[in-house]
Write a protein that binds this ligand. Structure first.
Ligand SMILES: *Cc1c(COP(=O)(O)O)cnc(C)c1O
Length: 430
């Protein structure tokens, strides 16, 4: 048949660095053998040993409808049968761009790319072109893809593996980024007063999802909006995770705080490689062929990805209860987890927003990377493996958020909490 996860791990490591194509997939932070996945359906994945797991990785947030949603599968199949790529324009990519633009009051133009990395790179390129300034302000523990100048105090896999600043990034490039503590408007204000005339952009995850889930404190995003306006810099909201996950549109729509540019990815591709940057015409029309800022892509706006993304967004738009249901179930899971930890005397803080949550093994919800790193990663390691035993697959890092989909219904939440209650007593002896 398909052999064991262990056999595949051996084979994988011989031909692929670390056996994985993206470092967050490795089990380095938790130990053990990664599961090799054969198929997924709804909230479940199955590994090569035919074991089922309730999945909270959900392609790192890309799958808001669950695995292999029938409408998305059908749309992708139909698109593939008509030709999987043309390198020419299609009506479908125009329709998806219109739909995305309609969700954000400040967005007039949308450009599709293949990955979140490309989207954030180009947003920064526009900001530098518009302002004629070099500096980018980001925040410790936020992740904006793997462009050179973002790999400074970065989150996600860079954080899990303890290499938040990567070799191979020239010092001259790293110096064009200033990384400040998340949720610290005073630090941002100080930087603007010292070097404001050099700042092209502030880029931020409006909800930080790549150091675990860290919510913005009241006034933080407002301060960023205010300072960037006063000093003539652009504000970029990186909503690659939060876009169409925390609600229709994203956090900018939920809060009414409008950035100059926004980046999207994950959910808008329905599980296919698709991302976007978007904003008003006065910034977006700086991009070639209208303006001089260059950005291109052989597979950009790929018709299969566009069909999957469009179908995903239509499912969300057509169901007025979708986000309420997602919020209610995320809350039920978060509250159930918190109760279970209390009942077992485990010190943990559960943080949630619609469709995502984090468990931090520390007494209170963290507000920044320093507080995130003061959590008990060994407790997470034991919790992760105890739950994996029970058939629940969490992201294999204490510093990654769990993602729910609309396939995570009340039954799945109940089953997860039962697994947690069985797992917690066993955390002690592993
Ligand atoms: C995932 C992510 C990216 C990078 O997207 P890729 O498609 O992996 O390149 C950028 N920003 C945020 C906030 C992300 O979560």
């Amino acid at each position: 048949m398909w052999g064991t996860n262990g056999e595949w791990y051996e084979r994988a490591q011989r031909v692929i660095p670390g056996g994985v194509h993206s470092p967050v997939r490795a089990f380095r932070a938790v130990g053990g053998v990664p599961r090799f996945i054969l198929r997924g359906e709804g909230a479940y994945v199955w590994d090569v040993e035919d074991r089922a797991y309730i999945d909270y990785v959900m392609s790192w947030g890309a799958l808001i409808l669950g695995h292999a949603h029938p409408a998305v599968v059908a749309a992708a199949q139909r698109a593939t049968a008509r030709g999987s790529s043309y390198g020419m324009t299609t009506p479908a990519d125009v329709e998806l761009a219109e739909l995305v633009a309609s969700a954000f009051p400040f967005v007039e133009r949308v450009r599709f790319v293949n990955s979140g990395t490309e989207a954030t790179m180009t947003a920064v390129r526009i900001a530098r072109a518009v302002t004629g300034r070099p500096l980018v302000i980001k925040f410790d523990g936020c992740y904006h893809g793997h462009a050179d100048y973002f790999l400074v105090q970065a989150g996600s896999g860079a954080l899990t593996l303890g290499v938040p600043s990567s070799p191979g990034v020239p010092a001259t490039i790293a110096r064009t980024t200033v990384s400040l503590p998340y949720n610290d408007p005073v630090a941002v204000e100080r930087l603007f007063h010292e070097r404001g005339d050099q700042v092209a952009a502030v880029i931020v995850e409006p909800i930080a999802g790549n150091m675990g889930l860290v919510l913005p404190v009241d006034g933080f995003l407002e301060a960023l909006r205010d300072l960037t306006r006063r000093f003539g810099s652009l504000l970029i909201f990186d909503e690659v995770i939060t876009g169409f996950r925390v609600g229709w549109g994203g956090w900018s729509v939920r809060t009414g705080i409008e950035p100059d540019l926004i980046t999207l990815g994950k959910v808008i591709g329905g599980g296919f490689p698709l991302a976007a940057y978007a904003g008003p015409a006065r910034w977006m029309d700086r991009v070639a062929p209208v303006g001089p800022v260059y950005q291109a892509g052989t597979l950009a706006g790929n018709p299969v990805a566009v069909a999957a993304g469009y179908t995903t967004l239509l499912q969300l738009q057509d169901d007025p209860t979708a986000y309420d249901a997602l919020a209610r179930r995320t809350r039920a899971l978060a509250e159930g987890l918190q109760e279970a930890f209390q009942a077992h005397g485990v010190s943990a803080a559960v943080v949630w927003t619609t469709g995502m949550l984090s468990v931090f093994f520390r007494p209170t919800p963290p507000r920044n990377l320093t507080e995130v790193q003061a959590s008990d990663v060994d407790a997470f390691r034991r919790f992760f493996h105890a739950l994996l035993e029970q058939g629940v697959h969490l992201p294999p890092s204490a510093f990654e958020a769990w993602f729910l989909s609309l396939a995570h219904d009340d039954t799945i939440v109940t089953q997860t909490l039962e697994a947690v209650r069985s797992a917690l007593p066993r955390m002690k002896d592993t």
